[in-house]
Write a protein of this length. Structure first.
Length: 248
């Protein structure tokens, strides 16, 4: 069932965010999904992702803004890459947890899932490990580089072992930023968790990093990976929210 929705930018505890609310969402009963963007920030495509989630699952969709107003809509990628190199893990986590606070306190949502792409995929794993309120985690081609970056104070692979919630990972086999051994380490960490929560890992053998970005769909392997992964992601988010609904 398609849901009508309201889509707008909001300010949450001093943070700019994008907020999509289904028209039939009931306060205290609706699930929510926190979106953690790729390097584009809250660009047009990420806003579309949020609207698709709200429209197709009925979940409230709130998007963290890594660049505090800038995005690929109006800022060159060279500048966005420079901003990326300045991200501090603990500062980012504080911002994301403030957004979760907003969902749970202001809207009383029934469950909170997190989905991230690229740099946001890495943070989805870390947030899922750090915040027990996160009840499902989706990481699209998470950026787990071969060498630890100077601005990375948290080992995302090690953190993944502590995620208590269901996790879905989409990994492209031709990821030029994430060595195969890093993906295998992530897989081992998730599958070795001491939890009943499932781990679902999808490998797209010939797809490339960032295959969810429509600008890369001129390569059919990327377009095919996205077409295969997205419906399953939506089902995962829907099912995770239903599994966590409070007993009546």
């Amino acid at each position: 069932m398609a849901h009508h929705f309201d889509s707008r930018f909001v300010t949450v505890d001093g943070l700019r965010a994008h907020f999509v609310t289904p028209a039939d969402a009931t306060s205290g009963n609706a699930p929510a999904v926190l979106l953690l963007p790729m390097i584009t920030g809250i660009g047009e495509q990420v806003r579309e992702f949020a609207e698709l989630i709200a429209g197709e699952t009925g979940a409230i969709a709130l998007t963290w803004d890594p660049w505090h107003g800038k995005s690929s809509d109006d800022t060159p990628f060279e500048e966005l890459h420079e901003l990326h190199a300045q991200l501090d893990d603990e500062t980012v986590l504080d911002e994301q947890q403030r957004l979760v606070d907003y969902l749970t306190t202001e809207h009383g949502v029934s469950s909170v899932g997190v989905i991230g792409w690229c740099l946001g995929g890495r943070f989805a794993l870390i947030l899922g490990a750090r915040d027990p309120r996160i009840e499902s985690v989706v990481a699209y081609h998470p950026t787990l580089p071969g060498e630890i970056q100077p601005h990375h104070s948290i080992d995302a692979v090690a953190a993944a072992a502590d995620i208590p919630a269901p996790v879905m990972v989409h990994y492209p086999g031709k990821d030029s930023l994430v060595p195969r051994e890093n993906f295998l380490s992530l897989q081992a960490a998730l599958q070795g968790r001491d939890t009943d929560a499932p781990t679902i890992i999808h490998l797209y053998p010939r797809a490339k990093h960032g295959f969810s970005d429509s600008r890369r769909h001129n390569e059919q392997v990327n377009a095919d990976a996205w077409a295969m992964s997205w419906p399953q992601t939506l089902d995962f988010l829907r099912t995770s929210a239903r599994l966590r609904e409070p007993a009546v």
